[in-house]
Write a protein that binds this ligand. Structure first.
Ligand code: OGA
Ligand code: MN
Length: 226
């Protein structure tokens, strides 16, 4: 049997076996999705929404203090509503991923949510976890990057940290088609300041555990100065 799993019906192909092995071994994985019309359609929709000023400044959990939020993250987001073919395509991809992860790793993933994100020049997101231990709502974080020809000088890296000793375990360049996944409760991460507009789709697979602190989704960690 080929290790390379090709997903039928026009969804991006990825290597599910290596993704699962990475998650088991190290809690994160970086894949390159094969360039499909779907990725271009997602990129076009993100760019059109940005140009139409249809994204909102992102928040953190329940925090209502906008100045505090601005010190922690400066991206703009728009939640998927499943209304466009591109969004439905990505939701189909996420569903296929969900089924494969549940089958291979018994993660008990139940639901998926996603938003477009744009980091304008100067945008960043300080080191954080996407889910509290104990809240256990977000299990798997994923980010699809939509930036063709991203340059090192453009910054905007996704930087993953070792939870135990705080060392950097990976810097992920947000190049078009790169798909990063990591365990939401275990991998502290940040987005380093972007110097060019940076487009992505962040998504979270959740378990079915709505009774326990669903609003506490982001934990901001002690900061190093940027
Ligand atoms: C997030 C996040 C990472 C990225 O939205 O919670 O950490 O690389 N995004 O965009
Ligand atoms: Mn995050």
């Amino acid at each position: 049997m080929s290790l390379h799993t090709v997903i039928p019906s026009g969804l991006p192909a990825f290597d599910a076996a290596s993704l699962c092995a990475d998650l088991t071994r190290q809690g994160w994985s970086r894949q390159s999705l094969i360039d499909m019309p779907l990725l271009t359609a997602l990129r076009d929709e993100a760019a059109a929404l940005w140009q139409a000023d249809a994204l909102s400044r992102a928040g953190i959990g329940r925090a209502g203090d906008h100045e505090l939020v601005r010190e922690i993250r400066r991206d703009k987001t728009r939640w998927f509503d499943g209304q466009s073919p591109a969004q439905r395509g990505w939701l189909d991809f996420a569903e296929s991923l969900r089924l494969q992860l549940n089958q291979r790793l018994a993660l008990g993933l139940f639901a998926f949510e996603a938003h477009y994100a744009v980091y304008e020049p100067g945008g960043f997101y300080r080191k954080h976890l996407d889910s509290f231990r104990g809240a256990r709502n977000r299990i798997l974080s994923s980010v699809l990057y939509l930036n063709a020809g991203w340059q090192t000088a453009d910054g905007g890296l996704l930087r993953l940290y070792d939870e135990a000793d705080d060392s950097v375990i990976a810097d992920i360049v947000p190049e078009f088609g790169t798909f990063a996944v990591f365990l939401s409760e275990e991998i502290p991460h940040e987005v380093t300041p972007a110097l060019a507009p940076r487009f992505s789709i962040a998504g979270w697979h959740r378990c079915n555990d709505l009774g326990r602190a669903p609003a506490l989704q982001t934990k901001v960690l002690p900061l190093a100065p940027i």
